[in-house]
Design a protein around this ligand. Structure first.
Ligand SMILES: Nc1ncnc2c1ncn2[C@@H]1O[C@H](COP(=O)(O)OP(=O)(O)OP(=O)(O)O)[C@@H](O)[C@H]1O
Length: 678
């Protein structure tokens, strides 16, 4: 359907509506507001869309997490996974794994997770992963030493679009081209008509340039590799340390990257380095050469005894000759030697080749002068010569490197993606290992008897204690059960365990238990313990919520922690009994933690299962608890245990020097109390 054709649906609303089909992308609040107020959308539809948007925000596109506490458990287990990633990418990628009732979705992630669990992570891999990030597009680049030239206005604008890195110039004719060539180290002429013309400077006639932009601007592909050099090197390192098969030639890529500087220039070429240094140092070297020559000459003059006949001197003075002629007459050899040192210095300091040295020689004239002075014109020539050679060389190296790397681009992308995916897998593997997880078995798939859930040796990942301090819990529920138990026995932790196991299983991930079998649930309703008695309004809305639940509970997992605190015990027991009946009729799976299990069972008009977390005894005043709920067993409460202990002690013969324990309240009293508990 064309969304924009709905009256009143603007672009923004349409975008928001489309986003609903893309579960990976959360809707923004503004979008939801736009939908809700868009004319042409009924209130009911707007509400449904808003609910969908909220689910998306909670990464719950399937509406699996039906309550706040269920969503909290999901966020908590997700955090545990995310905290085991190295890269931000992997953390974000884990966000896309959400619990779902859909078999295909679960199985897809399961396949991924099974592979992940095989992965070994060692420190070297994790360290290497620190440098990996998603690849980035380089920013805009400008190449100043090269330009494009054409006589044609259409080609001109096409060139500007296709190769924005170079400036494009319109030229009238060969003369225009020649002028341009003086300002750039290379001019790329786009017109066939320029073929064969001879112009001073570097002019290339490339009518095909717009079809192969990377050849005339190798800076473009190189910028991509330069921008991503470090992350690519890190991704290579990840592949090496993890022994991961790569989709590209790692050596070739690494070699290419090692020749590339961060700014996109080619590194590690001796000749280019020589030319670059020569251009940079030229002025300084020429001036030093000058000083060297003058020092040399000064020294020579100082040591020289110049003998000149009076008549010669007279003729020189009469002719008005200066020091120069004296130099050339009397000190020609010294001058020549001084100039030679200057030339040698320039050649050596700049490491010039023969042709360049020829030019450099001319920077110091054979005509004697004092002081010796460089010829700036010649130094400029030399600079132009060196710069042109440098740019030619850099250009060639860039083209070669770009050609070498061109084939690696796709491979490089895959390399980084694989490294980042490995981080996701390693996070799952570490979670799996650290919580001693297994893959859960969905009974619909295994063909076993339908059950609710059966957890063997489960340890809640939400407990703060280290794993070894957590007692493994076995718990199995099919239908709806009440869970009774001593204070602090671990009832809430058991609900947390069930919720996290079920949520993880429906995310397609391994679960923290020795073995888990479960049915595929449609949703999880987990209600945390309510703090204190609810006011009438809140009580009413809670009852309403359960009425909804009771109506449609089939396929639901309902976990409720001490609902009785919402109102006074008598009324609570009645309400809970009613909810249990309805849920049980509807085939839901549920666990209700309650201290009123006995009362509720009596109220209910069917045989409610009551499981119990039992204190095995009191050790030094502290309860010793069997954390696995015992099936069909109403656990004794803590007060009962204490009365029992007192009764036992009262019955014991005095052991402390004839002092009879609790003389005032003898064994009879405790026995009578105990009877009340039965
Ligand atoms: N399986 C376990 N292994 C070790 N310690 C546990 C386990 N389960 C719970 N505990 C410890 O017992 C404490 C109390 O657990 P929990 O809050 O789940 O008990 P409860 O029965 O719900 O308590 P209450 O009666 O207050 O509702 C936890 O904070 C935890 O330290």
């Amino acid at each position: 359907m064309d969304l924009e054709s709905i009256p009143g649906v603007g672009e923004k609303t349409a975008r928001a509506l489309r986003a609903l089909d893309e579960p990976e992308r959360a809707l923004r609040r503004g979008d939801v507001a736009a939908i809700a107020t868009a004319p042409g959308i009924s209130q009911g539809r707007a509400a449904r869309i808003a609910r969908g948007a909220i689910r998306l925000e909670h990464n719950d596109p399937g509406g699996f997490l039906a309550t706040d506490r269920a969503r909290e458990v999901y966020r908590d287990v997700l955090s545990l996974l995310k905290s085991r990633t190295v890269t931000d990418y992997a953390a974000q990628r884990l966000e896309t794994i959400y619990p779902s009732p859909r078999r295909s979705r679960i199985e897809d992630v399961q396949a991924f997770a099974r592979g992940a669990l095989e992965r070994e992570s060692d420190e070297a891999v994790l360290t290497a992963l620190e440098g990996v990030e998603p690849l980035e597009q380089p920013g805009d680049i400008r190449v100043r030493e090269r330009c494009l030239a054409t006589t044609d206005a259409e080609r001109y604008s096409e060139a500007r679009d296709v190769i924005p890195e170079l400036s494009v110039e319109i030229v009238e004719d060969t003369q225009g081209l020649a002028e341009l060539a003086r300002g750039y180290s290379t001019v790329i002429a786009l017109d066939e008509s320029f073929a064969g013309v001879t112009i001073e400077g570097d002019v290339q006639v490339r009518p095909d340039a717009l079809e192969a932009p990377a050849e005339v601007v190798p800076e473009r592909p190189l910028a991509f590799f330069a921008r991503n050099r470090d992350r690519l090197q890190a991704a290579i390192e990840v592949h090496r340390t993890a022994g991961l098969a790569a989709d590209c030639d790692l050596e070739a890529l690494e070699d290419g990257l090692s020749r590339l500087d961060e700014d996109g220039t080619v590194a590690g070429d001796d000749e280019l380095d020589r030319l670059t240094t020569a251009v940079d140092d030229l002025d300084a070297a020429a001036s030093t050469a000058e000083s060297v020559a003058n020092d040399h000459l000064r020294e020579a003059i100082r040591e020289e005894d110049v003998t000149i006949e009076g008549s010669d001197l007279l003729s020189l003075v009469e002719r008005g000759a200066g020091v120069d002629s004296l130099l050339s007459r009397e000190l020609a050899d010294e001058y020549a030697a001084a100039v030679e040192t200057a030339r040698e210095h320039l050649t050596d300091a700049l490491d010039l080749d023969q042709g360049e040295a020829e030019i450099a020689r001319r920077a110091f004239s054979d005509e004697p002068t004092f002081p010796v002075e460089r010829d700036e014109g010649v130094v400029s020539r030399l600079r132009e010569e060196l710069t042109a050679a440098k740019e030619r060389r850099a250009g060639r190296l860039k083209r070669e490197l770009a050609a070498d790397l061109a084939d690696q681009r796709e491979g490089a992308r895959k390399l980084v993606r694989a490294a980042l995916e490995l981080d996701v897998e390693l996070a799952i593997a570490r979670f799996g290992r650290e919580f001693e997880c297994t893959m859960p078995e969905f009974t619909a798939e295994t063909g076993d008897e339908p059950i609710g859930f059966a957890i063997e040796g489960g340890r809640s990942p939400l407990l703060d204690e280290p794993l070894e301090a957590i007692d493994p819990v076995d718990y199995e529920v099919t239908g709806v059960a009440l869970l009774s138990g001593v204070n602090s026995g671990g009832k809430t932790s058991t609900l947390d365990l069930v919720a996290s196991v079920v949520v993880l299983a429906h995310m397609g991930l391994p679960v923290p238990a020795e073995r888990v079998r479960l049915r595929r649930f449609d949703d999880v309703h987990y209600h945390a313990k309510t703090q204190g008695t609810l006011d009438a309004g809140a009580f009413e809305s809670t009852v309403r919520e359960f009425a909804d639940l009771a109506r449609g509970g089939e396929g639901s997992l309902v976990l409720v922690d001490e609902l009785e605190s919402i109102t006074e015990p008598g009324a609570s027991a009645k309400i809970i009994a009613g909810i249990l009946e309805a849920l049980s009729d509807n085939g839901a799976t549920g666990v209700f933690v309650s201290h009123l299990a006995g009362e509720i069972r009596e109220m209910a008009d069917y045989d409610v299962t009551v499981d119990g977390i039992e204190a095995v005894g009191l050790v030094d005043g502290a309860l010793e608890v069997n954390r696995s709920p015992v099936k069909d067993h109403l656990a004794r409460s803590t007060p009962e245990l204490i009365v029992e202990k007192l009764a036992d002690e009262a019955r014991e013969p005095a052991t402390n020097g004839g002092d009879v324990p609790d003389r005032e309240a003898g064994p009879d009293f405790y026995d009578r109390l105990l009877e009340k508990f039965d």
